[in-house]
Design a protein around this ligand. Structure first.
Ligand code: C2E
Ligand code: CA
Ligand code: CA
Length: 557
């Protein structure tokens, strides 16, 4: 139903007597669009044509062929059409009861007493009917008394109609770890939090133009006039909720799509606000985020990569590159091994660095498959180099966390080694530091098993995250690989050098060889050598290169 003040309503007058029709048309035509039918048949075809656009039917009961009762009967059988109110026109008072039973909304007796009475009845029935329809659709959320989502979107549409040039923000608000509040403080308290949020939003809406709803659970939508300071909006809501509930740790998160593009579908505007909101999910430092197109593009790109993974793998788009490692203990550096690093040669985007896809694949588990592919490729390559050059260098491969938790890991690795005809100690396994930090117990066992059958295991990225030096004492590893961040500043900053020395001292006291990554300059190399680092890897010697290029390191050995 369109807005009350802006649409002229259609009234259908059904009567076989032309005089009666003209009388009614005369009474109504300056407030309504009037349609006419001279029997039930014609009435039904007009009703079917206009449907609920007809606001009211004025229906004579006695007509030849298809009479008014039959029309009422037909309408009552149709779920949509029975919503159209009908006023019965009759001079027979007995007919009133019967027609009311058949669903008529009211009746007007013939002959028509006065224009005013007829108009008043017509207006009253239409109004009553429209109010009922509005109430029906006016779903309110029983808990918070905010609009239901469906009605909220209709309100936004309405706003768009009358304020299409206004600068508006689409806002998504939700409670961080809401389930924890429920489980720590109980459901009643959880509900109270939601009610408080609704109250705070209502308070905001008193001073700024807009609407709000509870979209579901602890997720709220608001469509409000543009806020210059969205963070302040969030702070007002959050601090009032915290105060009222006395839960200091309560955090609200907000995503804003500011100054919406009015040509976008309304739902899409909230998808963008949701995106912004999700981008800070689990990020304690940030409570609110603004949608930006760049972020959206990045996510679309990420989706594309994940979608294409399987095909890319079967089509050979993943390649393994190799970066040499050098032993620097002696007078001149000696090539001692290599690290295998995966590359994606994409038909549209060219070479994609692993930092762009490994984190994605770690999230959804695809990395397990990719790692297996890399291991097998490397094992075959080692076999090839053995055939071509006799002896060869050990090659390190990355073992992602998800694989370290896989009970078949040892078997799978043994199978690969056997299939390709190499030795277990030709493959060095790099396990990232965070894998140790996460599930120490199980990992220690896995690593022990792997080493028992002859694999070398090194801890990767040491110093990049949650490591503790004490962790080293409990770990059964063959070497420690320092993260680039530990090497980067050692020439310029005394403090960095100091930290490096400390780590090396401890590693030495535990008898652990140390490999430094990201060595880019001669100065870094010299310092590393001086403080007792065993091996290095980095651009100073070579960037990672395709297998064919790596051959030069082997043939000149
Ligand atoms: P990572 O295991 O720490 O690998 C070393 C990274 O440092 C490589 O980046 C390498 O190109 C880069 N690097 C080497 N020397 C230098 C240097 O002197 N300066 C600088 N700035 N960087 C240097 P890459 O190849 O982009 O790989 C990034 C990360 O992606 C790797 O870090 C590793 O975590 C992951 N990754 C790569 N290949 C695989 C794989 O096959 N499986 C798994 N699970 N992860 C992989
Ligand atoms: Ca590595
Ligand atoms: Ca590393």
């Amino acid at each position: 139903m369109e807005d009350f003040d802006f649409v002229t309503r259609i009234v259908l007058v059904v009567d076989d007597e032309p005089v009666n029709r003209e009388l009614l048309v005369g009474m109504l035509e300056d407030g309504y669009s009037v349609l006419q039918a001279d029997d039930g048949n014609e009435a039904m075809s007009l009703i079917e044509q206009y449907g609920e656009d007809i606001s009211l039917v004025l229906l004579d009961l006695y007509m030849p062929n298809f009479n008014g009762y039959e029309v009422l009967q037909k309408l009552s059988e149709n779920d949509l059409l029975k919503r159209i109110p009908v006023i019965v026109l009759t001079s027979d008072s007995d007919a009133e009861v019967k027609s009311l039973e058949l669903g008529a909304a009211d009746f007007i007796s013939k002959p028509y007493s006065s224009v005013e009475i007829v108009r008043a009845r017509v207006r009253r029935i239409i109004k009553m009917h429209e109010d009922a329809a509005a109430l029906r659709s006016m779903g309110k959320d029983p808990l918070t008394d905010l609009y239901s989502t469906g009605y909220f979107f209709r309100r936004v549409e309405r706003i768009e109609k009358f304020a299409s040039n206004r600068a508006m923000d689409a806002i998504v608000l939700n409670v961080d770890k809401y389930h924890q509040i429920n489980s720590l403080y109980g459901r009643t308290r959880g509900d109270a939090v939601l009610k408080d949020i609704a109250d705070s939003l209502r308070l905001e809406l008193e001073s700024c133009f807009g609407v709000a709803c509870r979209e579901h659970a602890d997720n709220f939508y608001a469509y409000v006039e543009h806020q210059d300071d969205a963070a302040a909006f969030l702070n007002r809501v959050a601090s009032s909720v915290r105060k009222r509930e006395g839960i200091k740790t309560l955090r609200l998160r907000m995503g804003v799509y500011p100054e919406v593009d009015h040509t976008l579908p309304i739902e899409e505007r909230f998808v963008r606000a949701e995106h912004a909101c999700q981008s800070i999910c689990g990020n304690y430092a940030r409570k609110f985020a603004v949608y930006d197109a760049d972020m959206f593009r990045k996510e679309a790109f990420a989706h594309k990569l994940v979608d294409e993974f399987e095909d890319a793998l079967t089509q050979g788009q993943f390649r393994v590159w190799y970066q040499p490692q050098h032993d620097i203990r002696g007078d001149t550096p000696v090539r001692s091994g290599a690290e295998a690093l995966v590359r994606w040669i994409h038909p549209d985007f060219g070479m994609i660095r692993p930092d762009a896809f490994i984190p994605l694949f770690e999230e959804n588990g695809l990395i397990a498959k990719l790692d297996h592919f890399v291991w097998r490729t490397v094992a075959l390559q080692i076999r090839q180099w053995k055939d071509d050059f006799g002896d060869t260098l050990p090659v390190s491969v990355n073992v992602s966390r998800i694989n370290t938790l896989d009970p078949r890991l040892e078997n799978d690795l043994q199978d690969i080694v056997r299939d390709c005809g190499i030795e277990n100690n030709d493959l060095v396994l790099e396990v990232t530091e965070s894998a140790y930090a996460d599930s120490m117990g199980q990992l220690v066992e896995t690593v022990n098993d792997l080493r028992r059958v002859g694999f070398h295991v090194e801890m990767d990225d040491f110093g990049s995250g949650y490591s503790s030096l004490s962790m080293l004492t409990t770990l059964p590893i063959d070497a420690l690989k320092l993260d680039r961040s530990l090497v980067r500043g050692i020439v310029e900053h005394k403090k960095d050098l100091y930290v490096l020395k400390l780590v090396l001292d401890i590693a030495k006291s535990l008898g652990l060889p140390v490999v430094a990554e990201g060595v880019e300059t001669k100065a870094q190399l010299d310092l590393l050598k001086k403080v007792g680092c065993d091996r290095v890897q980095g651009y100073f010697f070579s960037r990672p290169v395709p297998a064919d290029d790596f051959v030069r390191f082997l043939s000149s050995r």
